[in-house]
Design a protein around this ligand. Structure first.
Ligand SMILES: Nc1nc2c(ncn2[C@@H]2O[C@H](COP(=O)(O)OP(=O)(O)OP(=O)(O)O)[C@@H](O)[C@H]2O)c(=O)[nH]1
Ligand SMILES: [Mg+2]
Length: 355
């Protein structure tokens, strides 16, 4: 310590005033630098929070094409001065045009008529507000949590099923990134052995999302790929297996039986199937309801991922699936990139449809 003091005194004595001035200048410039940098970092965190609110805005924006036809049909009903049969016809048309389906439209409008009578509603604007509230209430009754059993002591398996081109593989990639970000280790099982390119597509998503992958031989048994995937995940203590499957039409009995076998094999493994996600392309409209029925019969679907809602889909299929089959829509695909998968928020979705 003494040595250091001596050195400082000697240094001050021997150093010319010019050098001391330069040193002082350096210290003050450095100080200003630190202040600017800390301001910048404060600005960055502000920008981050702003970016988040912009992101939630963009969900609405991305849905804009979906809500267009519904919103314009509703606005016609709003121009009337009172509630007449014409108003009811216009509401019915709006719901049908939005792909809600005939049965679900009746289920929505019948209680609304009762409510309008009981509450003596005469203004179309109030009626539409009640419709919005009713549609929100109908949806939010279902739990939308992705099932993950932490206490399992073995990997959770999430099986992803659906018709050709619905967005299964892309959804797995996005989901893998999200789960990885939550701190879970992920393995992708390439159960689509039907197409040569399917394994490569999944491999790309594995790299992008920081997941491991197990692939099988082209044309091989998809059940054995899932089985191998689970075995690898178990031995490496991986938390979650995301199992891809080949697209298939819901009315192809053989292929649906193959899928039922995939589920049975997964159930018999050391791990546990905690989620079966049916991916539905929202642009397919009412056919989505039939897909949900058939895939549920084969694999006991626990949740729906509605993709391509950023396109020209009308979104009303959400109501049909939830009210008629009681399967919750858990996630929504809003584009082709890794960040374009969001949790389904019923209130936000209905509000975006109406406003
Ligand atoms: N715009 C948009 N495109 C999507 C979305 N999800 C998937 N896609 C696109 O849809 C196409 C098909 O996606 P895949 O993930 O290959 O679909 P798949 O269900 O795995 O298809 P198969 O394995 O052939 O049955 C690709 O071009 C994707 O980029 C989405 O939410 N929005
Ligand atoms: Mg695929």
């Amino acid at each position: 310590m003494l040595g250091l003091n001596n050195f400082a005194q000697q240094f001050a004595a021997e150093t010319s005033p010019k050098v001391m001035l330069l040193l002082a200048l350096f210290v003050s410039v450095f100080g200003i630098g630190v202040v600017v940098a800390s301001r910048r970092s404060r600005k960055t965190s502000y920008e981050t929070s702003n970016k988040l609110s912009n992101e939630s805005l963009s969900v609405r924006e991305k849905l804009s094409k979906s809500r267009g036809s519904f919103t314009s049909a509703i606005s016609v009903a709003l121009t009337r001065s009172s509630i007449t049969q014409q108003t009811w016809d216009e509401l019915e048309e709006a719901l049908l045009r939005a792909d809600v389906g005939v049965a679900t439209t009746t289920r929505v409008l019948a209680p609304l008529r009762e409510l309008a009578k009981a509450k003596k509603i005469t203004e179309p604007s109030q009626l539409i507000l009640e419709l919005q509230q009713q549609m929100t209430a109908q949806l939010s009754a279902n739990s939308r949590q992705l099932n993950f059993d932490q206490s399992l002591g073995a990997p959770n398996i999430w099986l992803v099923v659906g018709v050709n081109g619905a967005g299964k593989t892309t959804t797995i990639g996005k989901l893998s990134a999200q789960q990885h970000a939550l701190g879970r280790s992920v393995l992708l099982a390439a159960g689509d052995t039907f197409r040569a390119a399917a394994g490569e597509q999944l491999e790309t998503w594995a790299k992008r999302s920081g997941a491991e992958i197990v692939r099988g031989a082209e044309g091989g048994d998809p059940s054995s790929v899932i089985f191998d995937g689970v075995a690898r995940a178990t031995s490496r203590k991986i938390d979650l297996v995301l199992a891809d499957t080949a697209g298939r039409l819901q009315n192809n009995t053989n292929l649906m039986e193959e899928l039922a076998k995939v589920r049975r094999v997964a159930d018999k493994s050391s791990a546990k199937v905690t989620e079966v996600l049916l991916v539905i392309d929202a642009t397919t409209g009412q056919n989505g309801l039939n897909q949900a029925k058939q895939f549920s019969l084969a694999t006991q679907v626990t949740g729906v991922v509605l993709t391509k809602l950023d396109g020209s889909a009308k979104g009303g299929i959400v109501f049909a699936i939830e009210t008629e089959l009681a399967i919750p829509v858990k996630l929504v695909g809003l584009g082709e990139t890794i960040d374009d998968l969001v949790a389904f928020d019923a209130a936000e979705f209905v509000s975006a449809l109406f406003n």
